[in-house]
Design a protein. Sequence first.
Length: 369
Amino acid sequence: MTPISKRIGVLGAGQLGRMLAIAGYPLAQKFGFYGTSDDEPSALLGHMHKQSDDVDSLVNLVEFTDVITYESENTSIEQVREIAKTTPVYPAEKSLYMSQHRGREKGLFDQLEIPCAPYRIVDSLDSLELAVTEIGLPAILKTTTEGYDGKGQFVLKEESQIKQAWSEIGNRELVLEGFINFQRELSIVAVRNANNEHVYYPLVQNVHHEGILRYTIAPAREVSAEIQQQAEGYMQSLLDELDHVGVLTLELFETVDGLVANEMAPRVHNSGHWTIEGAYTSQFENHVRAITGLPLGDTSVRQPLAAMINIIGETGPVEKVLTMPNAFLHLYDKEERPGRKLGHINVLAVDEDSLYKDIQALSEFLPKA
Ligand code: AMP
């Protein structure tokens, strides 16, 4: 084994684990996955420990590894706490605990003076009605846990919708958030290692359709140095407060009054996939470096502009991508299914004109609207 080689265990075996492994192999890292089936995107990229096999699968994975990481903020806290008794888990429990509950997350933003939407936690129709009078309408009602890709959300425009909203996603703890009149959705990916090194990628712009990220422009256009610095400042406070090790992502709204935090993820993120070819060190390699105690890599862009286009639902005419010199295809080896993320295309460009020309050429991969 080379001196820097570690055995990394990943809880989950989806595309994020797959891309972590692809980034980790050149650094002689070894991977094991805790997943559900041999058809998952990571299954052939390391040793697969199946949850269904027997109760010892997780124990076997932990015994195999030097360090454990995870793919999702919905990873069980209890599991992580148990594993951490014998093996380091990065990002550690606090990052996971804060990120898996919208109320705790917003409490943390408040504590660190990171602006976010006004909010109230509600757990009954009565408390929802009261929250609406306090926050005002329009507002967005969200489940406090387990929401993703816009699921578990209800946009409240009128008071007459309150009962319907409660019966559709309620009967559980929810958060009512004031509606932010944003100009764009941005995100920032940052990385910290245990030696307290921090690195930041540039702010990117994210465009969603039906709650799912469709494409990212990196770096986001017309972002002033002050705004980038402000975002990095928020990330630094979060990374330090959480004692975070690994990648942390923050989704933001850009408004006329500045940046407003939406939510964070203690993991590599879809809005950071452009970094595979677009930055000197990808988010995946930097996550691997961070959790294995290696120095972090340069986050600068390789070309002035990049775009990441998600391939959703149907694989589509991907052969075309292979004929484009500055486009890069990443497929996750998943079955087609409506709304499912099957892969992405990264495009690098020297200027805005050529970027938009390439995006136009790939318009079959974008929603019609
Ligand atoms: P989320 O799951 O919190 O990322 O929300 C999904 C999408 O809903 C976001 O990407 C925004 O487009 C929209 N959204 C969420 N929260 C708000 C808000 N407070 N104000 C306006 N739009 C929002």
